[in-house]
Ligand binder design. Structure first.
Ligand code: DLL
Length: 443
């Protein structure tokens, strides 16, 4: 199947009443839900009762969504301290399933869901799949991992709610993935963008792209750029969509972008978003970058109040060209904790990726950042894979390419970068979230 152009796209909206609701109606709905949720956590979660008492806030002080700023924050550390079941608002017997972080950093974070929470989760992913143009006629090949990580289960629940076929491949074994995609006639696939890139390369190499029936990619769980999206779309001849989520809030399906790619629509009837200044926690203006904070308005099992995601983004409330009024968060510039400060300059892996992709010919979008400290000076080395054709070329050409990359990175990051050119396919591929930075500084 072919990639659909914007002009030929026919937008489908799963729940127009909610997704296209006026701001006043949405605020009324959120207010009603927040008042109930605050009362619920105060009465049923000792942690919140204590936190609210310490902050001098009573449930009666929360009369509308505009009062949210009076409530205390919840952090990942709070979750760890109350691990595994200390934040439940229901007895453990009411918990239908638990999910955890994918665990690329730190200790496991566990989230608990009741049967209703699982239904809401599936419904949100179904909204996202509809946004990506899927219907009950589709076949979704899921190569996110199944298990505690929410990727596999989340997409599966979405397929079930939508009524389409789910192909629960889980991650790994790329040749087998391609074989099944072709044999079963998958029309959409879901995996991390870095694995999508890898799959796309492998499909091209194996000469199977023409035989696949894919039309859409549902990709998320890690930051990626529009440039990377274009590469995947062009290689596989599909439309790709960015899906966001975190296990604490609901896994994938907290937000997803539409065909206009002007930000990810947040399902704010369930997850109330705030974007706050990461230092003083005051609200950012519309369009200003800050830390994304969520309050779960519908959650029963483990409701979270003002949960600090550490993800950095900005938010916009204007109606989208797709017709939805749901606010849009911009692609993440990183996390408050994956940001690297190199010689006083804040550097995000996504900036490196965008700069590399802007170079085009000769450079593959596979890279690794290594940060060292030499003579008390930070040194950033970016290892970049070079295309096969270039690598066999003469040294002079490689030297010129290296200089070109160094210049592009210096301009993009505002800090000098050493570039090491690597052989094609020498940088480790990931089947889950790509690890892009090795920091040897022990800061
Ligand atoms: O990564 C849930 C997920 C699965 C989302 C599949 C999309 C698809 P966690 O393992 O809890 O959950 O990790 C959550 O991953 O706070 C972000 O930093 C990052 N993240 C998730 N989606 C995106 C995205 C899943 N689309 C953490 N863009 C979040 C950028 C993302 N970062």
């Amino acid at each position: 199947m072919a990639k659909i152009s914007l002009e030929n796209w026919s937008e489908k909206i799963r729940d127009p009443e909610i997704e296209c609701m006026s701001r006043e109606e949405m605020k009324a709905l959120q207010s009603e839900k927040l008042v109930k949720q605050v009362k619920n956590v105060y009465e049923n979660v000792a942690f919140y009762r204590k936190k609210m008492d310490e902050a001098g806030v009573k449930p009666e002080d929360i009369r509308s969504i505009d009062d949210i700023g009076k409530l205390p924050f919840t952090t990942k550390e709070d979750l760890r301290e109350n691990y595994p079941f200390g934040l439940l608002a229901v007895p453990q017997s009411k918990i239908a399933r638990v999910q955890g972080t994918s665990g690329t950093t730190g200790k496991l974070t566990l989230a608990s869901y009741t049967e209703k929470d699982v239904d809401v989760w599936g419904e949100c992913v179904a909204r996202a799949l509809t946004m990506a143009g899927l219907t009950e006629e589709d076949k979704l090949h899921v190569c996110y991992g199944y298990g505690l990580f929410t990727g596999g289960m989340g997409l599966d629940l979405g397929a079930r709610a939508l009524g389409c076929m789910s192909i629960p491949m889980s991650s790994g074994n790329t040749q087998r993935q391609l074989m099944c995609m072709e044999d079963f006639g998958a029309t959409a696939f879901a995996c991390t963008p870095s694995y999508a890139m890898y799959l796309a390369e492998a499909a091209k190499e194996a000469g199977v792209v023409e035989r696949l029936q894919l039309k859409a990619g549902i990709n998320g769980a890690e930051p990626w750029t529009d440039e990377m999206r274009h590469q995947i779309e062009d290689t596989l001849n599909v439309n790709c969509f960015d899906i966001y989520g975190l296990c604490e809030i609901t896994g994938p399906g907290v937000a997803c972008d539409c065909i206009h790619h002007k930000g990810l629509h947040v399902y704010e009837d369930h997850f109330f978003p705030e974007v706050l200044n990461p230092v003083d926690h005051t609200p950012c203006a519309e369009g200003e970058t800050g830390e994304l904070v969520f309050t779960t308005l519908s959650k029963e099992g483990m409701p979270l109040i003002r949960y600090r995601t550490k993800d950095l983004t900005s938010i916009e409330y204007g109606k989208c060209e797709c017709g939805r009024t749901l606010p849009r968060i911009q692609k993440f510039t990183g996390r408050t904790d994956d940001m690297k400060v190199i010689r006083g300059v804040n550097v995000f892996p996504t900036q490196v990726e965008a700069a590399l992709l802007s170079i085009g010919e000769g450079v593959a979008p596979h890279y690794m950042m290594v940060v060292d400290r030499e003579n008390n000076l930070d040194v950033l080395t970016v290892m970049v894979e070079v295309d096969e054709k270039y690598f066999s070329d003469e040294i002079r050409k490689l030297e010129a390419l290296k200089k070109k990359i160094e210049l592009a990175l210096k301009q993009a990051l505002g800090v000098a970068v050493k570039v090491k050119l690597c052989e094609p396919k020498s940088i480790q591929r990931s089947e889950g979230k790509a690890k892009r930075v090795i920091d040897n500084r022990n800061l």
